[in-house]
Design a protein around this ligand. Structure first.
Ligand code: SAM
Length: 278
């Protein structure tokens, strides 16, 4: 018999590929909880077996029916409900936010069992500055929306962390080079698994490298912060372009601003076309 846990919500981080990264405390909570809310029961069944737990599972996603969430929050009044993702830390590009929100609103006990997270693991491998970073999650699938999302953060003095898939990696790196300039980047693949790999270079170099080869497995992209010149001029690039466009063609305006600011000419060209409404 295992001791029962105080009732409430237990947010349990699982491994991101290497089952041995499940912490002893996480395994203990999974064994002693009354129920485990999971994304995919086939994936989580493997982890529960590894932990020696035969705790029942219930499916949960943030887009689940409101009644499913309300029922789980009700159960937390008298039972220990564990929340587990397919990989890593729940709520990080994974379900859980709405469950935690509603549990908090209902006054339930909420605690977390911290552990692996691919974004943090990638930062540690990237050899890029880690004192300030922004987690961007998955970028939009369409190139235009991707460019817009990148444009919003281009002038931030921080490393940027993205989750990405193999088939989209080349296109995403190209869009990043356009919007962010040719910064340092680390592509971290299959972290904690047998084929863990980190490839570093500039955005332009790795965009070219991955253009025609979609790598297999799971990927985190870490982009370094802008250089002094880039950070300063990104903020002013629009006004410089606007002014240059009153005198010059789109191509010449982009070249002029690229020269002054050190920003990527192709990105400026695309931005100038946008400003012209082309
Ligand atoms: N909650 C997870 C966490 O804490 O990292 C992330 C879940 S998100 C749905 C899955 C994405 O995380 C993958 O597409 C990939 O970008 C990244 N990822 C997960 N495991 C990884 C690994 N072992 N190596 C590299 N990236 C990984």
């Amino acid at each position: 018999m295992v001791d029962t846990l105080p009732s409430g919500l237990y947010i349990v981080a699982g491994p991101i590929g290497n089952l041995s990264d499940l912490s002893p405390r996480a395994a203990d909570i999974l064994c002693r909880a009354d129920v485990v809310a999971v994304e995919d029961s086939r994936v989580s069944a493997k982890l529960l077996r590894h932990a020696g737990a035969d705790t029942p599972m219930v499916p949960y996603h943030d887009h689940s029916d409101e009644r499913v969430r309300a029922h789980l929050v009700d159960r937390m009044a008298n039972e220990a409900v564990a929340l587990l993702s397919d990989a890593g830390t729940p709520l990080i590009s994974d379900p859980g936010y709405k469950l935690v929100r509603d549990a908090r609103a209902a006054g339930r006990l909420i605690t977390t069992i911290p552990g692996p997270c691919a974004a943090i693991a990638a930062l540690t491998l990237s050899a890029l500055p880690t004192d300030r970073f922004l987690f961007m999650g998955f970028l939009p699938a369409k190139s235009k929306a991707r460019g817009d999302a990148l444009g919003e953060v281009a002038s931030l003095r921080a490393s940027l962390v993205f989750y990405e898939s193999g088939p989209r990696l080349g296109a995403s790196l190209s869009d990043m080079a356009l919007a962010l300039g040719d910064r340092e980047v680390a592509v971290c693949r299959e972290i904690s698994k047998s084929y863990e790999e980190v490839k570093t270079g500039t955005l332009g170099e790795l965009a070219a490298f991955y253009q025609d080869v979609a790598p297999k497995g799971e990927i985190v992209v870490v982009v370094g912060p802008p250089g002094e010149k880039q950070a300063m001029s990104a903020e002013d690039a629009d006004s410089l372009l606007k002014e240059a466009l009153t005198r010059l063609s789109v191509g010449k305006a982009a070249s002029e601003v690229a020269k002054v600011t050190g920003l990527d000419r192709r990105a400026l060209y695309a931005r100038a076309l946008e400003m012209k409404g082309a």
